[in-house]
Structure formats: C-alpha cells, structure tokens
Ligand binder design. Structure first.
Ligand code: NAD
Ligand code: MG
Ligand code: MG
Ligand code: MG
Ligand code: MG
Length: 332
C-alpha cells in the first residue's frame, strides 16, 4: 500500500527556516517560487542573463539572480530548468557553489536516475513532483487547494531529508491533496513509460492508425477525424470520472461489445511484448542516453518527426474543423 502524507504530517517551519533557490521560471518554476513565497519561505529565482522570464518573475514581486548567485545564497536548490539542460546547469552553476548540508531538489527524476547529475555525498537529494501542469499547481494553491505530489529522497545526508521534502510540498499546497512517497527510480521509469506507451506515444499512434485506416478505405477525412480523435476526449472524460466502468456504462451495448472483442486484437500479444521491450530500454538507460544524444545533436530526428505529423492530412483536417468550433482551444 502506498504511503500517503497530508498537511498534518508536514512541518512548514522546516522550509521556512531555509533559503530556497528556484532555478527556472517556466511551467513548474513560477508555481513553486510564488507559492513558496506566499507560504512565508525565503525564495529567490535563478535565471540566466537575457532570460525572457526575468521580467515576469520581477513583476510578480520575486527577486531574481543569476543561477550561480542564487545557488550561493541558498541552502535548498530546486532545479526546474528543462530536463535535457539540467546537467549543464548543474556543472556550470550549481556544483561549484554547493556546500555541505545543502539540499538539491528536482521536479522529475531523470537526471539523477540516469546519472547525468552526480551530487556529492554531503548534500540531501530530494524530489517533489506535482502530478499536474505548473499552471494548475499555482491556481489550486491560490484557491486553497493543491495538486497531489510525489516525493522521494535519493540521498539522505542530513538524516532529515524526507521531512524537508514534505515541508517543501506543504509550501506549494501538495500536502492538501496528498503526497505519495516514491523513489527517483520509480518516478523516472513510470513517467517515461506512461508517456511513451500510453499517454502520448500510444494514444497518438492509435489515433493516426485509426484515421489512416478509414481514409484509405475511402471515407471522408472529416468523419474520420471526429471518430478517431475528437471523440476520444469524451471517452477519456468518462474514464477519468469513473474508470472503464463508467465509460462502458455510458456507451451503447454495441460499442461495449466491440470494445471486448476488438480491443484485444489491436493491443495484442505483440503490442504487449513491445511494451515490455520499451520498458526494458527505459530501465537499462537506452532511451535516456539516446534522447540526450539527439538533444545534443540539435534535435535532427525530433524536428523531422514533428514536421511530418504537422504536414499530415490528420493535422490539416483537424485545423480546419477546430476553427469552425469556436469553443475548442479558446486560448490559441
Ligand atoms: P519549462 O520549459 O516550462 O521552463 C523552463 C525554465 O527554465 C524557463 O523559465 C527557462 O527560461 C529556464 N531556463 C532555461 N535555460 C536556463 C538556464 N540555463 N538557467 C536558468 N534557467 C533556464 O520547464 P517545466 O515544464 O516547468 O519543467 C521543469 C521541470 O519540472 C522538469 O524537470 C520537468 O520534468 C518537471 N515537471 C514538469 C511538469 C510540467 O507541468 N511541465 C510536471 C511535472 C514535472
Ligand atoms: Mg508524467
Ligand atoms: Mg514526463
Ligand atoms: Mg461513434
Ligand atoms: Mg453501456
């Protein structure tokens, strides 16, 4: 059974008695920095010269310093710059200024799990990862609620690292909703697997294959788009509210029967074997190493894949149809 922690299990004064540097002011960075401040924590934001986020952070009443300077001042350093550049930021701006007893915090386990960052034994290494996008983390905090978080300790130099992580989670509203204890390994591996096999990769490929099958058989692309992509949201909303049971309760009996007999032919033994292979490549570091190599080469394949999908009939059909539905994607 997972270990869960709520407000009463966390002591806010621990983080209030530290000096926190939040490096990065993007989706997560802005939410953490603002909510830490509103929870009475001494916080500064670390951003490089010329960063567009600098003016925004200052406008919102936060003190901004160069990353190295912020690390020097602080004794808790939360790394919220993009994952592929964290190792470089660590080498250049963090490692030279880490002191014994400092705590290094992350919002995702990738760089520690795959040893791209190797902190000295004299510092705590913790993770507080909200299970939601940064803008929701901030909005829920302001509304007196919170986004659930997962928390982990990779290295407990102080002997009190988990209490510190819980205190940090409380300051951003996480313990209002619940914090689950995990490890860097479990978080990094399940996050990568989920986004590749199911959430992003699996779903995108399923949509594309369904759309292509209908269009190649001569059906109208607009019909295929509604059937294979647009309606997916309605189905997923039902699953979110009440699991597969609610989805099956709501759809017709015909749809439910088709689900049972055809679903396993799509996600069959071969697909399950491939999922295990993908998980293996996540566990043995192949995926992470390949991704870093791609990133450092300037993203040649990433850009090629992106362009191909942006030029596809699925994309152009969707763009046309969504522009006729004014209520979809209102903030585009
Ligand atoms: P982001 O891309 O939204 O923001 C990155 C920030 O880093 C920007 O403010 C950018 O200006 C800044 N930055 C870039 N280079 C920098 C440098 N050299 N020095 C200092 N700052 C620099 O990133 P994000 O999506 O908030 O992700 C941050 C971390 O949080 C990642 O580890 C990610 O996996 C994790 N995370 C993100 C989400 C999410 O909702 N996006 C959810 C859970 C965990
Ligand atoms: Mg995820
Ligand atoms: Mg992820
Ligand atoms: Mg239908
Ligand atoms: Mg039914």
């Amino acid at each position: 059974m997972a270990e869960l922690f709520y407000d009463d299990d966390a002591d806010l004064s621990i983080i209030q008695n530290r000096k926190v540097a939040v490096l990065g002011y993007g989706s997560q960075g802005h939410a953490h920095a603002l909510s830490l401040r509103d929870s009475g924590v001494d916080v500064r934001v670390g951003l490089h010269e010329g960063s567009k986020s600098r003016a925004k952070a200052e406008e919102q009443g936060l003190r901004v310093a160069a990353p190295a300077e912020a690390v020097q001042e602080a004794d808790v350093i939360m790394v919220l710059v993009p994952d592929p550049i964290q190792a470089k930021v660590y080498e250049e701006s963090i490692a030279p200024h880490l002191k014994d007893g400092d705590a290094l915090f992350f919002g995702h386990g990738l760089n520690i799990r795959y040893d791209f960052i190797k902190p000295p034994a004299s510092v705590d290494v913790c993770m507080v990862a909200p299970k939601g996008p940064g803008h929701l983390v901030r909005r829920q905090y302001e509304e007196g609620r919170g986004v659930p978080c997962i928390a982990a300790v990779e290295q407990d130099a102080s002997g009190k690292a988990f209490a510190l992580a819980l205190s940090y989670a409380k300051a951003i509203g996480g313990t209002r909703a619940g914090v689950i204890k995990t490890t860097f390994t479990e978080e990094a591996e399940t996050d990568l697997f989920g986004e590749q096999a199911v959430l992003c990769g699996g779903t995108a490929s399923l949509v594309k294959a369904g759309f292509d099958t209908l269009v190649e058989a001569g059906y109208q692309p607009e019909i295929a788009y509604f059937e294979c992509l647009h309606e997916l949201k309605l189905i997923v909303d039902l699953m979110y509210e009440g699991g597969l049971e609610k989805m099956r309760w709501s759809v017709s009996e015909t749809a439910e029967w088709g689900d049972y007999v055809s679903g396993p032919r799509i996600i069959n033994d071969q697909t399950r074997a491939e999922m295990k292979k993908i998980l293996g490549e996540i566990q043995d570091g192949t995926f992470a190493n390949n991704w870093m190599a791609e990133y450092n080469a300037g993203l040649p394949k990433y850009n090629e894949y992106k362009k191909a999908d942006e030029d596809s009939l699925l994309a152009t059909t969707g763009e046309k149809l969504r522009s006729l539905m004014s209520w979809v994607d209102e903030d585009k």
